[in-house]
Ligand binder design. Structure first.
Ligand code: 13P
Ligand code: SF4
Length: 322
């Protein structure tokens, strides 16, 4: 049977009808819907759990569902599969990739490790299962500083694949790390010049930024953290206006949490079609694709068992840190 990602037969069904059909299928298949904060609001509203990459990995680890419908990008669904070899893990669109994960192909990563013998390898969760299997421990943007601080001081460390997160961890830990040369294409596209103008226009605003942003953006920030941490900060901080330097999907939850505050997305470069930063991979998922994935049981994530097992070892080291 050919794979139908966006079945035209669904054209006649209303948004409400599709939503109801999807929820009925969820019960029938004993499925759970996990979604990242960068998903579109309609997907976030349907999810059983919305979170950052760490919270989503933890949620996948504790689920009792038979099927995990993962609304995020490929490495996130793959992480859920690594932790749940016996469950079905579906990704609505298999082409929902990540520029960071793509920057580290397994063969090049192997050669890089061979050129740096004796190093402990810390990999950001935004990487493939094969790269995870070659790593000693995984981290996310929530715990990268803690993970590196947990390693013996005299140990040389490789940090991959995000060089900006790696540089941030270097500054926070005071340790020198060997950095892989990868970037998130969305966070490096935030325009420093336009941001400066925006900060000038809103001198009362606080800037919150994801650590995948380059140092010149982070240097201006009042708070740096994962998506969950940024969401938490806009709730805790007494300021009434925030400029948000990360993917714009997070603004949905922020607006729900602090409807009385002004939230402004940090501007991307001029050639971007929207004034904010959008991850084209995250935005590949749709409610229709969620429905067809659950209905047809695919695209499902599959992994060779040796790779899965190697990746699970480094992931569980991170999860054990709490
Ligand atoms: P979080 O760790 O904040 O979920 O970030 C994941 C990500 O892909 C950021 O671009
Ligand atoms: Fe990857 Fe960047 Fe998209 Fe996050 S925002 S999934 S790091 S490309």
């Amino acid at each position: 049977m050919p794979m139908i990602l966006d079945d035209p037969a669904l054209d006649g069904i209303s948004e409400y009808g599709l939503r109801e059909a999807l929820l009925a299928l969820r019960t029938e298949r004993n499925a759970v819907f996990l979604a990242h904060y960068y998903q579109t609001p309609d997907i976030q509203e349907l999810a059983d759990f919305v979170g950052d990459s760490l919270a989503l990995a933890q949620a996948a680890d504790r689920t009792g569902a038979d099927t995990i419908l993962f609304c995020g990008v490929h490495f996130m669904a793959e992480t859920a599969k690594i932790l749940n070899p016996g469950r079905t893990v579906l990704l609505p669109d298999l082409d929902a990739g990540c520029s960071l994960a793509d920057s580290a192909p397994a063969d090049k990563f192997r050669a890089f490790l061979d050129a740096h013998p004796g190093h402990t390898v810390v990999s950001y969760i935004n990487c493939s299962a094969a790269v995870k299997a070659m790593s000693d421990i995984i981290c996310t943007s929530s715990n990268a500083v803690r993970v590196v601080n947990s390693l013996p001081k005299n140990r040389p460390v490789i940090f991959a694949p995000d060089k900006h997160l790696g540089a941030y961890v270097q500054r926070m830990t005071g340790r020198r790390l060997v950095l892989w040369d990868g970037v998130c294409e969305v966070h490096v596209d935030i325009s420093a010049d336009k941001l400066k103008l925006l900060l000038g226009k809103h001198p009362e605003a606080k800037l919150v930024a994801h650590p995948e942003c380059p140092e010149h953006i982070l240097a201006e920030a009042d708070h740096v953290g994962s998506t969950s941490s940024l969401l938490d900060f806009v709730q805790r901080d007494p300021a009434g206006t925030f400029i948000v330097a990360t993917e714009a999907g997070i603004l949905h939850r922020m607006r729900e949490a602090v409807p009385h505050k002004v939230l402004i997305p940090a501007p991307a470069h001029a050639n971007n079609t929207c004034a904010c930063s959008e991850c084209p991979y995250m935005k590949r998922n749709t409610v229709r694709k969620m429905y067809t994935a659950l209905r047809d049981g695919r695209p499902a994530i599959e992994l060779p068992e040796d790779v899965r097992r190697g990746a699970e070892r480094s992931l569980r080291r991170m999860l054990a840190l709490g």
